[in-house]
Design a protein. Sequence first.
Length: 154
Amino acid sequence: MNAAVIRQTAGLAVLLAAALSGRAILAEPRPIAAADTEAARFAPCEGPVRVTCVVDGDTFWYRGLKIRIADINAPELSHPSCAYEARLAEAATRRLTDLLNAGSFTLAVEGRETDRYGRALRVVRRGGRSLGEVLEREGLAEHWQGRRGDWCAA
């Protein structure tokens, strides 16, 4: 018997033994990472018609769907409470635009699908990592805690 036949026979014997004993061959299945399949060219939103653009550091439009990034809260660009929040909101908006334009991404539903304003709630990931977490690490957003934070508190 040649080596290939011996290996194949041994492999079949292991499979048969596992099937007869009712035991799984692998103790834990490994998750398969989904491929990042979404991509577009983003710019800041302007005017009333919004299809694919960035509103602020945690909200953007993608193919006509308004998306609120579910895992973060970023400073408000449209109605900041102080000059610091306004500056931070501009920086967060620019950075989110850069991150979205840097390559393909995945939109994941984790929890509720929409918020009380009708925006789609999604976690944006690239290579399995949250883009919201990138904004958090850079000081441009905070982890979502169920309510808007105060960017102007001393």
